[in-house]
Design a protein around this ligand. Structure first.
Ligand code: SAM
Length: 221
């Protein structure tokens, strides 16, 4: 997958990203994102980072849930950011790599990352940044595909739809490859765990096709 330019790929699929997302999730992705956001306790006036913000769904759900929160989105794709900023006028978006964040230490109460971490090239660097910019005892919500006995069927379903509806079939081939590689065999959040993060909630949805975890940063380091 090293031959894929991630930034260019997301720029290229940005124009019909939401449409394809609705199709390949059978219109469930917003429900799943809402369930994950609703499982967080978001204190008043929290500062929240939407990492790999894409077209901005997670930030919008956070603002809907806690109106006093201030949300910043970070994404590597300019075109995805344009879409997100158009939809969410009260959220600031920054084009940056997740492994090189332009924020102070301990700046955020909560970090969310939906369907994004898997795509980050420097995963260790991104985890170090999550650890750095999150406050002590702050929460990190990670949402993505999980392990499911329906995975094989789901993969074919996605590729079938992408072939018909997307001009960028390669991006969906990449999606399937990356999702199947991501969870096996290593723990993708080894660095966070080494830094003392604990998993405080784990939930599988849609027969395990989707899964989310909430990590809490230690109050000590
Ligand atoms: C599959 S989309 C998910 C978008 C959104 N969070 C959602 O749930 O719909 C993945 C996003 O991660 C972004 N991304 C990939 N690598 C990144 C990196 N290293 N740093 C920041 N964003 C990255 C992509 O540009 C893309 O917008």
């Amino acid at each position: 997958m090293a031959d894929i330019d991630i930034e260019k790929m997301f720029d290229e699929i940005s124009y019909d990203y939401d449409f394809l997302n609705n199709l390949i999730s059978l219109f469930t992705h917003k429900i799943v994102k809402r369930l994950a956001v609703n499982s967080l306790f978001i204190p008043e006036n929290s500062k929240v980072l939407d990492l790999c913000s894409g077209t901005g769904d997670m930030g919008a759900l956070i603002m809907e849930r806690e109106k006093t929160a201030s949300v910043i989105g970070v994404d590597i794709s300019e075109k995805m950011i344009e879409k997100a900023a158009f939809k969410n006028k009260n959220i600031k978006y920054i084009k940056k790599d997740a492994s090189d964040l332009p924020f102070y230490d301990n700046e955020f109460d909560i970090i969310v990352c939906a369907f994004g971490f898997r795509n980050i090239e420097n995963k260790k660097g991104a985890q170090l940044e999550i650890n750095r910019v999150l406050k002590k005892e702050g929460l990190f919500l990670h949402l993505d595909f999980g392990r499911s006995y329906l995975g094989w069927f789901y993969d074919r379903f996605v590729l079938f739809l992408a072939k018909i509806f997307s001009k960028k079939y390669y991006a969906y081939k990449y999606l399937i490859k990356s999702k199947n590689k991501f969870l096996f065999p290593d723990n993708p959040f080894e660095t966070l765990c080494e830094k003392g993060f604990k998993v405080i909630l784990k939930r599988n949805l849609l027969f395990g096709i989707i899964s989310y975890q909430v990590f809490q940063k230690s109050g000590e380091n």
